[in-house]
Design a protein around this ligand. Sequence first.
Ligand SMILES: Cc1cc2nc3c(=O)[nH]c(=O)nc-3n(C[C@H](O)[C@H](O)[C@H](O)COP(=O)(O)OP(=O)(O)OC[C@H]3O[C@@H](n4cnc5c(N)ncnc54)[C@H](O)[C@@H]3O)c2cc1C
Length: 387
Amino acid sequence: MSPSILILGGGCFGLTAALELHARGWRVTLIDQGPLPHPDAASTDISKVVRMDYALDEQHTAMGELSLRRWREWNAKWGEELYHEVGFLVMSREPMQPGGFEHDSRAFLSQRGHLLRRTPPEMLRERHPAWNHTIYRDGYLNPVGGWAESGQVIARLASEARAAGVTLIENVPQPRPLFEGTRCIGITSSQQTWQADAVLVAAGAWTPELLPHLQEVMWATAQTVFHFQPQDPRPFTPPQFPVWGADIGKTGWYGFPANADGLVKVANHGPGRRVTASYPRTLPGGEEDRYRAFLRETFPTLAEAPLHSTRVCLYCDTFDGAFWIDHDPAHPNLIIAAGDSGHAFKFTPVLGELIADVVERKPNPWAKRYRCREKTAASSDGARASE
Ligand SMILES: Cc1cc2nc3c(=O)[nH]c(=O)nc-3n(C[C@H](O)[C@H](O)[C@H](O)COP(=O)(O)OP(=O)(O)OC[C@H]3O[C@@H](n4cnc5c(N)ncnc54)[C@H](O)[C@@H]3O)c2cc1C
């Protein structure tokens, strides 16, 4: 009889693991607290940046390169473009300098043979006129990269999983891991219990609430997203307006071209606020002013665009910013795939194999970085969240 696994959570970690483990012969049941895609899941929303630009980080650059190839293959397989290769324009106010995200990404990718276009202010003004070229003085365009329609991708993966024979159980009230002593034997909810040979918890920002022994090393942080609806979205469409980062290494500001509905998404990859996943998803006071002040400086013609909607979305940050994908040493049969630290969606096409290799204890060149690890003062540098 083939081994069985229960997966708790159907975001990009859980669904890709389900598909891959099913393909490797496991009997897979995936249980989610909500419908798929869950409206509050990190993997949902209209868009996520897909890029390979990661400064000098070789592993994430390589994972990005492979993911990008696979995003294109998925578009072809699905017969629908859910990944849009519109390029990634990264600009900074100061000349690019060694040690800065823009400089190091450009240098490292160039060494690996990628052709990037340096973008001085005159070129910014000519080719990307929505930008304020008087303050953004240097940067580059990487034509390889773009954005994925994330909520649609999750819906697509869920339907692929169903079609392949994964059992998907949605809208289960408060499912949680079930233990016998320290051993994890299944999942239980107020209505039902399921048992299997292994349990994979891939519950995103909800993970530290479900497994409190992880609260020392990972936690939820709230991040805001704004969707603007300019009357004329055309100036905010590619090629003049690709996916962008504005001094992103220092400020966290990034955003997207208008989508098919004319919505322009702007977000900030910042420290966020440390919360629990059940925290009410309200915007902090003054947030719209903060966004509009940024837009007035950077994209003046977008600054007064009507606001369509906002979103508060949760990262599951780890103390050092690396994902957490491993068997739990304290709980036999329990595997964790969480700790996305706000940047995992782009890797969706490679996550399933990575997680499945960890579940099966097979060697994987990327898994070491995401192992269970001790929190030390020195290793906490990657943590971004304010308490
Ligand atoms: C504002 C924001 C912007 C981002 N932008 C980008 C970007 O541009 N590019 C990028 O690469 N990444 C981005 N990310 C990060 C990316 O979205 C996440 O890394 C990724 O989606 C995490 O996936 P996940 O499967 O771990 O979690 P989630 O997508 O949150 O999925 C977790 C699932 O677990 C389910 N669940 C929770 N509790 C339970 C329970 N008790 N029982 C059963 N199911 C449960 C939830 O319902 C949900 O379906 C962004 C994240 C946010 C919040």
